[in-house]
Design a protein around this ligand. Structure first.
Ligand code: GAR
Length: 199
Protein backbone atom coordinates (compact mmCIF):
# COMPACT_ATOMS: atom_id res chain seq x y z
CA UNK A 1 0.00 0.00 0.00
CA UNK A 2 1.26 3.44 -0.92
CA UNK A 3 1.20 6.00 1.89
CA UNK A 4 1.27 9.79 1.66
CA UNK A 5 2.37 11.73 4.72
CA UNK A 6 1.18 15.34 5.01
CA UNK A 7 3.32 17.66 7.16
CA UNK A 8 3.82 21.38 7.71
CA UNK A 9 6.43 21.50 10.47
CA UNK A 10 9.43 19.83 11.99
CA UNK A 11 8.37 16.38 10.84
CA UNK A 12 9.42 14.36 13.88
CA UNK A 13 6.40 12.11 13.38
CA UNK A 14 7.31 11.70 9.73
CA UNK A 15 10.80 10.73 10.90
CA UNK A 16 9.37 8.17 13.31
CA UNK A 17 7.36 6.67 10.45
CA UNK A 18 10.43 6.61 8.19
CA UNK A 19 12.44 4.93 10.97
CA UNK A 20 9.70 2.38 11.61
CA UNK A 21 9.65 1.60 7.90
CA UNK A 22 13.44 1.18 8.09
CA UNK A 23 12.94 -1.43 10.83
CA UNK A 24 10.31 -3.14 8.64
CA UNK A 25 7.58 -2.34 11.18
CA UNK A 26 5.52 -0.66 8.48
CA UNK A 27 4.81 -2.82 5.47
CA UNK A 28 3.55 -0.05 3.16
CA UNK A 29 5.61 2.29 0.97
CA UNK A 30 6.02 5.93 1.94
CA UNK A 31 5.40 7.08 -1.61
CA UNK A 32 4.96 10.81 -1.08
CA UNK A 33 5.43 13.58 1.47
CA UNK A 34 3.06 16.49 0.90
CA UNK A 35 3.64 19.90 2.45
CA UNK A 36 2.19 23.39 2.25
CA UNK A 37 5.35 24.94 3.76
CA UNK A 38 8.30 24.83 1.33
CA UNK A 39 10.89 25.55 4.04
CA UNK A 40 9.72 23.02 6.62
CA UNK A 41 12.09 20.53 8.17
CA UNK A 42 9.74 17.67 7.28
CA UNK A 43 10.64 18.14 3.60
CA UNK A 44 14.34 17.97 4.47
CA UNK A 45 13.75 14.71 6.28
CA UNK A 46 11.89 13.31 3.27
CA UNK A 47 14.69 14.39 0.94
CA UNK A 48 17.28 12.73 3.14
CA UNK A 49 15.26 9.52 3.15
CA UNK A 50 14.90 9.63 -0.65
CA UNK A 51 11.13 10.05 -0.55
CA UNK A 52 9.28 11.93 -3.28
CA UNK A 53 8.15 15.37 -2.12
CA UNK A 54 5.25 17.53 -3.21
CA UNK A 55 4.94 21.16 -2.15
CA UNK A 56 1.54 22.74 -2.74
CA UNK A 57 1.12 26.19 -1.24
CA UNK A 58 -2.35 27.56 -0.66
CA UNK A 59 -1.31 30.99 -1.91
CA UNK A 60 -0.60 29.56 -5.37
CA UNK A 61 -4.29 28.86 -5.97
CA UNK A 62 -7.41 30.98 -6.32
CA UNK A 63 -9.60 28.67 -4.29
CA UNK A 64 -9.21 25.99 -1.65
CA UNK A 65 -10.87 23.61 -4.06
CA UNK A 66 -8.21 24.23 -6.77
CA UNK A 67 -5.48 23.87 -4.14
CA UNK A 68 -6.83 20.51 -3.04
CA UNK A 69 -7.42 19.34 -6.62
CA UNK A 70 -3.72 19.76 -7.29
CA UNK A 71 -2.88 17.63 -4.26
CA UNK A 72 -5.48 15.05 -5.23
CA UNK A 73 -4.13 14.79 -8.78
CA UNK A 74 -0.74 13.83 -7.36
CA UNK A 75 -2.19 11.39 -4.86
CA UNK A 76 -3.99 9.59 -7.70
CA UNK A 77 -0.79 9.50 -9.73
CA UNK A 78 0.99 7.77 -6.84
CA UNK A 79 -1.90 5.41 -6.23
CA UNK A 80 -2.13 6.45 -2.58
CA UNK A 81 -4.19 4.17 -0.35
CA UNK A 82 -3.53 5.88 2.99
CA UNK A 83 -2.96 9.49 3.99
CA UNK A 84 -1.35 10.15 7.37
CA UNK A 85 -1.53 13.73 8.59
CA UNK A 86 1.54 14.41 10.70
CA UNK A 87 1.47 18.00 11.85
CA UNK A 88 -0.28 19.19 8.68
CA UNK A 89 -1.72 22.46 9.87
CA UNK A 90 -4.52 22.85 7.33
CA UNK A 91 -8.09 21.75 7.52
CA UNK A 92 -9.05 19.54 4.60
CA UNK A 93 -12.40 20.17 2.98
CA UNK A 94 -15.32 17.78 3.35
CA UNK A 95 -15.02 16.97 -0.38
CA UNK A 96 -11.38 16.02 -0.07
CA UNK A 97 -12.07 13.88 2.99
CA UNK A 98 -14.98 12.19 1.21
CA UNK A 99 -12.77 11.15 -1.68
CA UNK A 100 -10.46 9.40 0.78
CA UNK A 101 -13.17 8.31 3.17
CA UNK A 102 -11.79 6.27 6.11
CA UNK A 103 -8.34 6.43 4.53
CA UNK A 104 -7.02 9.51 6.32
CA UNK A 105 -5.44 9.32 9.76
CA UNK A 106 -4.42 12.17 12.03
CA UNK A 107 -2.37 12.43 15.19
CA UNK A 108 -3.44 14.95 17.78
CA UNK A 109 -1.39 15.86 20.88
CA UNK A 110 -4.18 15.56 23.45
CA UNK A 111 -6.73 13.04 24.62
CA UNK A 112 -9.64 13.79 22.30
CA UNK A 113 -12.33 14.97 22.57
CA UNK A 114 -10.50 17.30 24.98
CA UNK A 115 -8.33 20.12 23.66
CA UNK A 116 -9.08 19.99 19.95
CA UNK A 117 -7.41 22.42 17.60
CA UNK A 118 -3.94 23.69 16.82
CA UNK A 119 -2.65 24.05 20.41
CA UNK A 120 -3.58 20.80 22.14
CA UNK A 121 -0.51 20.63 24.39
CA UNK A 122 -0.59 24.26 25.49
CA UNK A 123 -4.34 24.23 26.06
CA UNK A 124 -4.19 21.10 28.22
CA UNK A 125 -1.20 22.41 30.19
CA UNK A 126 -2.82 25.76 30.85
CA UNK A 127 -6.07 24.09 31.85
CA UNK A 128 -4.14 22.28 34.56
CA UNK A 129 -5.00 18.70 33.69
CA UNK A 130 -3.04 15.99 35.51
CA UNK A 131 -3.24 13.56 32.63
CA UNK A 132 -3.14 14.39 28.94
CA UNK A 133 -1.79 12.40 26.01
CA UNK A 134 -2.31 11.84 22.35
CA UNK A 135 -4.82 10.40 19.94
CA UNK A 136 -4.63 8.80 16.51
CA UNK A 137 -7.99 8.97 14.79
CA UNK A 138 -9.69 8.73 11.42
CA UNK A 139 -10.29 12.11 9.84
CA UNK A 140 -13.88 13.14 9.25
CA UNK A 141 -15.35 16.47 8.18
CA UNK A 142 -15.63 17.57 11.84
CA UNK A 143 -12.21 18.67 13.05
CA UNK A 144 -10.50 16.29 15.50
CA UNK A 145 -13.73 14.37 15.93
CA UNK A 146 -13.32 11.18 13.89
CA UNK A 147 -13.34 7.63 15.29
CA UNK A 148 -10.43 7.02 17.66
CA UNK A 149 -7.88 4.36 16.75
CA UNK A 150 -5.28 4.56 19.54
CA UNK A 151 -4.71 6.80 22.51
CA UNK A 152 -1.91 7.01 25.00
CA UNK A 153 -1.92 8.88 28.31
CA UNK A 154 0.89 11.09 29.55
CA UNK A 155 1.04 12.31 33.16
CA UNK A 156 1.60 15.96 33.89
CA UNK A 157 4.01 16.19 36.81
CA UNK A 158 4.51 19.08 39.25
CA UNK A 159 7.81 19.89 37.58
CA UNK A 160 6.53 19.89 34.03
CA UNK A 161 6.68 22.97 31.89
CA UNK A 162 4.82 23.18 28.61
CA UNK A 163 8.12 22.28 26.91
CA UNK A 164 8.87 19.16 28.97
CA UNK A 165 5.27 18.04 28.55
CA UNK A 166 5.54 18.54 24.79
CA UNK A 167 8.70 16.40 24.75
CA UNK A 168 6.97 13.60 26.64
CA UNK A 169 3.97 13.71 24.31
CA UNK A 170 6.10 13.73 21.17
CA UNK A 171 8.11 10.76 22.41
CA UNK A 172 4.91 8.80 22.86
CA UNK A 173 3.52 9.98 19.50
CA UNK A 174 6.53 8.51 17.77
CA UNK A 175 5.70 5.07 19.19
CA UNK A 176 1.97 5.15 18.61
CA UNK A 177 1.61 6.63 15.12
CA UNK A 178 3.68 4.02 13.26
CA UNK A 179 1.74 1.32 15.14
CA UNK A 180 -1.61 2.78 14.04
CA UNK A 181 -0.41 3.05 10.44
CA UNK A 182 0.65 -0.59 10.42
CA UNK A 183 -2.72 -1.65 11.88
CA UNK A 184 -4.41 0.19 9.02
CA UNK A 185 -2.16 -1.45 6.44
CA UNK A 186 -2.92 -4.88 7.90
CA UNK A 187 -6.64 -4.13 7.51
CA UNK A 188 -7.17 -4.56 11.25
CA UNK A 189 -9.14 -1.36 11.91
CA UNK A 190 -12.87 -1.94 11.77
CA UNK A 191 -15.00 1.18 12.14
CA UNK A 192 -18.30 0.54 13.91
CA UNK A 193 -20.04 3.88 14.35
CA UNK A 194 -17.83 5.93 16.63
CA UNK A 195 -15.79 2.94 17.71
CA UNK A 196 -12.80 1.44 16.00
CA UNK A 197 -12.38 -2.24 16.72
CA UNK A 198 -8.88 -3.64 16.34
CA UNK A 199 -9.35 -7.09 14.89
C1 GAR B 1 2.53 16.80 16.60
O1 GAR B 1 2.66 16.95 17.99
C2 GAR B 1 1.09 16.56 16.24
O2 GAR B 1 0.40 15.84 17.21
C3 GAR B 1 0.57 17.96 16.12
O3 GAR B 1 1.60 18.67 15.48
C4 GAR B 1 2.85 18.12 15.89
C5 GAR B 1 3.71 17.94 14.67
O4 GAR B 1 5.01 17.63 15.04
N1 GAR B 1 -0.64 18.03 15.39
C6 GAR B 1 -1.64 18.86 15.71
O5 GAR B 1 -1.59 19.67 16.62
C7 GAR B 1 -2.86 18.74 14.83
N2 GAR B 1 -3.95 19.48 15.38
P1 GAR B 1 6.04 17.07 13.99
O6 GAR B 1 6.00 17.99 12.77
O7 GAR B 1 7.36 17.13 14.67
O8 GAR B 1 5.62 15.67 13.66
Amino acid sequence: MNIAIFASGSGTNLQAIIDAKGRNEIKGEIALVVSDVPTCLALERAKKAGIKRLVVERKGFKSKSDFEKEIMRNLKKENIGLIALAGYMRILSADFIKSYENKILNIHPALLPSFKGAHGIKDAFEYGVKITGLTVHFVTADMDAGPIILQSAVKVTEDDTEETLAQAIHKEEHKIYPRAIQLFIEGRLKIEGRRVRII
